[in-house]
Each structure stands twice: as C-alpha cells, then as structure tokens.
Design a protein around this ligand. Structure first.
Ligand code: FBP
Length: 703
C-alpha cells in the first residue's frame, strides 16, 4: 500500500462505521436503559398502604430494646393496594416530599434502579417532590454534598451496574458528632426521609439514624444491598422474608461465567489447576452459587469447615479414654491435606488438572486464623483508643508491627493488650510467612471488619498444598495415572509385552483393569518407582532388561508421563462481578425495592428495611414488605468491643442448597476414569428463559 492509498484519518474518523464502532454508548446499553422492570402486582395501584403482619415474629435483643427504643416495637408491614378511606392519609401519601438517598459500602449491581424507582414513585405521587443523592456515600451526608436527581440523570443509569451515579463510600456514622452532622444535613435540605442502600453495617447505621431522627420527623428506610448475599431475613420460626440481598445474583452469574470458561480451559489442555478465589468477606454464599452453576471440581465452603469434626482423631482419643478438643474445627494444615487428597485422587485417574473455588472469607472459619484475627482486632482497637496516632500510622512497616507485638508479649508495653498476646501467640505468629503476617495486620475497615479482600488467601492455602504435594510425590503417592489404552498402544509399537511390563511397573495392573478392557482404565506406577534409577531397578529385577541395558524409551516415556507437575493459575473474582451489569432478576428486584421504600415513606414508616418476600418464586408472587431493622440486631465483637449490629447470615449447612452441593461433591470432583461434569451456565441475557434466571441457591432452598 502506498501513502496515497491510505485514507486520511479525518475521513476515517468521520465514517459512519467508525462512529458506530467507537461510540461510548452501544446499542446494548441503549436497550438496557430502555428496559422497563416488572412491578409487583400491588404497585399497579397508584395508592398503596401498609398492613401489619403480626404472624411474623423475631426474638428481640435486650440491647436493641435499650438502644433503639423508638423503633424496636415497629411491626412487619405488608404493602397492600389502596389507602384507608381517610383524606388525611391520602393527602399525606401525595404530599410534596424531599427524599435523600445514600449508597453505602461496596457497589452492588442494581443500585441505580433503587434510585430510579424512588424517583418514579415520588414524582408520580407528587411531581414537586425532590430526590437528592448524597455523593460518595455517608461522607456526602456528613458534608452535605449531594446532587438533585433529575429525570435525565435517572434515565442515563436505569438498569446499569455500579453506583456510578452518586458513587459510594465506607464512612461509618458511628459518633455523636457524625450523627449531629447527618441530622444537620437532613434539616438543611428539609428532608422528609432518607433511604440508606447498604449491607449489614450500613443498615445498622440506618437504624441508629432512624432512632436519632424520629423526634425531628425525618424517616429512615434501609435497603438490603451486598453481593455477599449475607443479608437474609428469617423469622423466629424460620419463615423467609428476604431470601437474598440485591446484587448477589448478578455477581454470582459473572463469577460463574468466568469459572465455567476456566473449566473448559482446564479440560482442554489438561495442565493447570485453576484456583478461583471468589468474593464474600465472610459468608461463602457466592462460592456455593458458583459451585452450583459450574460444577467446578472442588469448592470450599467456609461454614462447612467450621463445623468440621475429625472423627478419626476423636475415636483415637476415646480409645485412650480422653477427649481431644483439637478434633473440632479445621486447621489450615488439615485443610491443605484435604485439598491434596482431591488433587492426588484426580491425578491417579489421569486428571492432573481441575478447577477449585476458594471463598474469600474462608480463613475466618479456620480456628487458628480466627483467633489471630480477633486478638489482632482487639490489640489494634485498644491501641487506637489509647493513643493519638493510629496503629497503622505509628507502625508503618511489618517489622515495626512485629516488634510492637513482641514487646506486648513480654509485657513491656500496654498492660491490657499484653494479656491478649502472649509469648506463644508471638511464636506462632512469627512462624507464618511474612506476606500472611502482613495480611493479618492490614488496616481494618471503618466498621472494624477484617478486610479479607486484601489478603492473599489462596496463596496461603496453595503454598501449603504445594509443599504437601511435594512430600506425597517423594513418597510415591502422588502420580498421574496412565491411560490403559495408551499404555497398550505404546507397548505394542515398541514390541514389548504389556502384561510383563504392566505387572512390573504398575501397582494396579491386574487389580483394576483386565487386558481386554483397558479403555478408560488408569494404571498407577508403583510407589517405590520415583526416579529413573528406581524405575531401572524395578525393570531389572522384573527381568525385562539386564543391569547393563538402558531403560527402553517407551517405558521411560510412560514413567515420565506419570510424574506430576502441579501447575496452578490463580484468579480473583470480586470487583469484576461487583461492577457487572445487573441481571434481569436484579433489575426487577431493585426496582421493586425502590417502590417499596417509597411506599414505606409515604405511609409514615421509619426504621424499616424494604424487602421483597417470595423472591425464590415467580414474579407474580413477589410481596413487598417493611421489616423493623431493630429486630434484626444482635451483639457482635467489633474493634474489640461487643457492639449492636444487624446480624449477617452465613451459609446454613442444613440448607437444601448446601446439602445438595455436599452430596454432589464426589461426582463433581470426578476422581474416576469417567469424564468431568462441568456445567455451562446460560449467558446472562434479558430475553428468553434459563435455569439461572434466579439464584440456584434460592431455587433449591425453596424445595
Ligand atoms: P459490602 O458488604 O459493602 O456490600 O461489600 C462487600 C464486598 O464486596 C466484599 O465481598 C469484599 O470483601 C469487600 O466488599 C471488599 O471491600 P473493598 O471495596 O473495601 O475492597
């Protein structure tokens, strides 16, 4: 091509094809923005009211009664069609309102639809109403930084992922001063109500704000947000009022797509174990859902590990007339052994590859780590209380932190803290690899939570796995099984007697496979053959060659194929899923949460969380409710102190979904001579139907 043949760049840029190809907005985004979410049946009425539901009961925490007296006696309320025939209620419903909305914590797909629905419902009730979005989360509320939500702004973000419209943050409203600032902002803006879209900690904030602002006539409503899926609400007698928080489905679908692609990769080139860490600060709900959608070979569920009992150990102790308390709960060492066992069993069947899912928060359920986390949380919190400068500023480097801990263990510094950290703790802590020490000492978030996403969990586990696999390799226990058919073919080509060679080098030649039925059968090299030298010794003593002869290349080739090379690829699925576009389920769910929030506000409720009951069923069964946040509170250790917070829900090991995954474990591990059982989840789409249109966890739990 000569220079004169080249189209000038200006012409190229103006070309319609270029313009369409490089436009910021593509047709898919336009279609997505135009999608009109489903409205729960009750919202087809312009006027709705609330009906108390006394049949749903919760055990109330004493401390919640004490700290939240004005909202603790709220009832559970159902949004019902029509208004009481009373003109006061009608004029209250349709009055002009100012409503503030704040996102809090990590982004979760669908948040924009909460705002869109509040906007639509409020403007529909009274076009003069105003909606304000606080910028950068609770910080915006404290600093009175907001944007007025307009139709144009809402339309730009309908059905779109992220919290981009008004951003988010993790500031906690945890002091009298911050409460005062929040109240000041609400009063300056003349707010009638504030909607807090957040997780357990943010809804805790919402409850305290509701208590504080009630005397001033400002209502506060919470919305259950978090991809972690740990906001679930069940009554005292186990009835589900909220099966999952919003965003969980979209994030899980994104993770499952990626993990499923790795299953395809692993089973194509047969050389990697893909290690997939998936988000979920504590609870393993996302890992469980990803397992159901993909059938990855091995999925750890933190909650399951916490319940672990080493039956063998207990039995041995009982024989000695003792109780072995260390048999309860899982240690890191034991966990690595269990993972190795799965890897070794698959390799024995010719599958030295696979896909493993590790929940981000798994370490929380490992005894020894949990103890370190609690102790270090307390030490850091106590340090911050006593000193003007915070722990992480005072001790910049890992060495400085370790030195402080060493001094604590010797009682040289703060008395109270030193009783928590003794010489044994210090010794055990110093045995950990430095990247892990650093991980355990990372700065806690504003709520005092340990930040698991900052810790290289999979590295900690996989380093131990690799070490132990090397030991098993040296012992001759970790070997790649040799395909019987291939063995026979290789021997025939080399003019060697398969029967003679097979019985000499394999430990299961006769046991597992008959000569006339070698297909799908895997032979394992004998344990004592771990090198070319030991291979030669075996075939010399088997009379195949003499001491002076070399090992025939075909036998050498078989041996080399049996030597495992454990190669891993690590992946972290978290921020990508958190930023994904909401699924149709989440678009519909969040829009109805927003409508429910407005229904609660327009009927005078405060301290309530908007939820949708029956999410696990078809849309026409969805039921909008208001649930008192104060009744969902309990005491939890935070920053070294027992604190009143909304209770998180971790995976219930008695749930259907967990028990099904547990029952399928052996099949999905596929440590046999059959194929893998990977499952391809349907692509995320707005049209058509697929099994994953709702979280599979919910579908199974509803059986
Ligand atoms: P929320 O509970 O605020 O929704 O956040 C959940 C989460 O995505 C966790 O899965 C993860 O551990 C954490 O946020 C990561 O936090 P950060 O955004 O501060 O890195």
């Amino acid at each position: 091509m000569t220079a004169s043949d080249i189209t000038p760049i200006e012409t190229l840029l103006k070309h319609p094809t270029t313009q369409t190809a490089v436009a910021d907005i593509n047709s898919d985004t336009l279609d997505r923005r135009a999608f009109i979410p489903y409205r729960c049946k009750v919202f087809s009425n312009r006027f709705v009211s609330l009906e108390d539901q006394p049949q749903y009961r919760f055990a109330i925490n004493r401390e919640a009664e004490k700290q939240l007296p004005d909202i603790i006696n709220n009832s559970i309320q159902r949004v019902v069609a029509g208004l009481p025939d009373n003109s006061d209620s009608q004029s209250y419903f349709f009055k002009k309102r100012n409503i503030g909305v704040v996102f809090s914590g990590g982004p979760s797909p669908g948040g924009h639809n909460v705002i869109a629905a509040i906007f639509d419902a409020a403007k529909d009730a009274n076009p003069e109403s105003k909606i304000f979005g606080f910028i950068l989360g609770p910080e915006g509320l404290l600093e009175n930084r907001y944007v007025e939500i307009t139709a144009e702004l809402v339309d730009k973000y309908r059905n779109m992922g992220g919290f981009t419209m008004i951003k988010t943050g993790r500031t906690k409203i945890d002091s009298k001063q911050k409460m005062r600032l929040s109240k000041g902002t609400c009063q300056e803006l003349n707010l009638d109500a504030l909607v807090v879209v957040g997780g357990d900690d943010s809804n805790t904030n919402a409850a305290f704000l509701a208590q504080e602002l009630k005397p001033y006539g400002i209502q506060v409503i919470g919305i259950p947000k978090t991809i972690d899926g740990d906001i679930q609400i069940r009554t005292e007698d186990g009835q589900t009022l909220c099966a999952i928080s919003f965003g969980f489905h979209s994030a899980a679908r994104a993770f499952a797509q990626n993990i499923s692609n790795l299953c395809t990769d692993a089973s194509s080139d047969l050389k990697y174990w893909h290690v997939c860490k998936v988000m979920g600060r504590v609870a393993s709900h996302l890992a469980l859902e990803a397992a159901l959608q993909t059938h990855a070979n091995l999925t750890l569920i933190g909650e399951d590990l916490a319940d672990y009992v080493d039956a063998e150990r207990l039995k041995r102790a009982k024989e000695r007339g003792e109780i072995d308390y260390t048999a309860y709960g899982m240690t890191l060492r034991h966990l690595s052994r269990l993972i190795c066992d799965s890897i070794v069993r698959r390799a024995a069947n010719g599958k030295n590859y696979g896909v493993m899912i590790i929940p981000e928060g798994v370490l929380e359920f490992i005894n020894e780590i949990q103890i370190f986390i609690i102790k270090l949380n307390t030490i850091i919190a106590q340090y911050n209380q006593i000193h003007d400068i915070d722990f992480h500023t005072a001790f910049h480097s890992l060495d400085a932190k370790l030195e402080y801990l060493r001094r604590l263990s010797r009682g040289i510094t703060e008395k109270q803290a030193s009783s928590i950290w003794n010489a044994r703790d210090d010794e055990l802590f110093n045995d950990l690899p430095s990247f892990f020490q650093e991980g355990l000492l990372v700065e806690r978030d504003t709520h005092g939570n340990f930040q698991f996403s900052q810790v290289n969990t999979e590295k900690i586990i996989m380093d131990m796995v690799k070490d132990y696999l090397n030991i098993l390799k040296e012992k001759g226990e970790y070997k790649v099984g040799i395909d019987g058919e291939r063995f026979l073919y290789t021997m025939k080509r080399a003019n060697l007697d398969p029967e003679l060679i097979g019985t000499t080098i394999f430990r299961n030649y006769k046991d597992d496979c008959r000569l006339d039925d070698k297909k799908g059968c895997y032979y394992l090299i004998k344990k004592n053959i771990i090198s070319v030298k030991t291979l030669k010794q075996a075939i010399v003593s088997g009379g195949i060659i003499t001491d002076d002869e070399n090992v025939p290349p075909s036998i050498l080739d078989i041996f080399k194929k049996s030597v495992p090379n454990f190669k891993t690829q690590s992946h972290f699925y978290g921020y990508d899923g958190r930023g994904s576009s909401p699924t149709k389920f989440d678009c519909n769910y969040t829009y109805n949460l927003g409508l429910t929030a407005f229904a609660l506000i327009a009927n005078g409720a405060t301290g309530q969380m908007a939820v949708i009951k029956n999410l696990e069923h078809d849309l026409d069964m969805w039921e909008p409710l208001g649930v008192p946040i104060a009744k969902l509170m309990h005491l939890e250790e935070r920053k070294g102190k027992l604190t009143l917070v909304m209770e998180k829900n971790v995976v219930d090991t008695n749930s259907n979904a967990f028990r099904i995954v547990e029952a399928m474990r052996e099949r999905w591990l596929a440590a046999d001579n059959g194929g893998d059982h990977y499952r391809k989840p349907a692509p995320v789409r707005f049209q058509g139907k697929s099994e994953e249109d709702k979280p599979l966890t919910l579908v199974l739990n509803s059986i």
